[in-house]
Design a protein around this ligand. Structure first.
Ligand SMILES: [Cu+2]
Length: 206
């Protein structure tokens, strides 16, 4: 939930780059605060942050995490990937983007994709971290990559909900991260065998 008055979405000025602006006849909007129609927030990364058995290893998904460049924006804006999981970066635009990862704990990448590309693999991530990806051609372009050590995470979409499945019964701390509103935590989230548990987070307007 988003509490407070949502400020009007900030418009991105792409007018200097026709090939970008042309793909947004109704304007393009910044994604650092996206309030959904139902008053919830998009692009919140929700993850289990404590309570998993210590030392337990979780095999990474074999399905690649994907990041696409389209209309001079990243899709999705927030992408989560497990340590060791493959990740591919695609370009749906027919012109140049440069994908530049500002990682510190993970293999950095910085390469150009001059035209449409169905997906280029990057080296698998090695350590939990949140880092930004930017485009050196279009300064407004930005995405966040979350690297996690387990599969118990989810990113909120257009209805603000999240679903984390397969979590064994236990007592957990769940953390919700938003790029401009910070982090919220809920401790003592009890998960029982075979029963769904609901957790709600509220973020206040800044
Ligand atoms: Cu770009």
């Amino acid at each position: 939930m988003f509490k407070g008055e949502p400020t009007e979405a900030e418009q991105i000025d792409m007018s200097a780059v026709k090939e970008c602006a042309g793909q947004h006849p109704d304007g393009a909007f910044a994604e650092k605060l996206v309030v959904n129609a139902n008053g919830t927030l998009k692009n919140v990364l929700v993850r289990v942050s404590a309570g998993l058995p210590e030392g337990q290893q979780f095999p990474p998904s074999a399905t690649p995490a994907r990041l696409d460049q389209k209309g001079c924006q990243y899709h999705p804006h927030v992408v989560a990937v497990m340590v060791g999981q493959p990740m591919t970066i695609s370009n749906s635009d027919t012109f140049l983007h440069n994908v530049h990862a500002l990682s510190s704990e993970n293999p950095a990448f910085n390469f150009a994709q001059p035209t449409t590309d169905p997906g280029r693999k990057v080296d698998p991530m090695k350590a939990p971290e949140v880092f930004k990806v930017k485009c050196d051609v279009h300064p407004w372009m930005g995405a966040f990559v979350h690297v996690l050590e387990h599969p118990f995470f989810s990113v909120t979409g257009d209805d603000g909900t999240f679903t984390i499945t397969g979590l064994p019964p236990g007592n957990y701390t769940v953390t919700a991260w938003h790029e401009s509103l910070g982090e919220k935590q809920q401790a003592d989230v009890k998960v029982e065998e075979g029963k769904p548990t609901t957790v709600e987070f509220s973020f206040e307007a800044k």
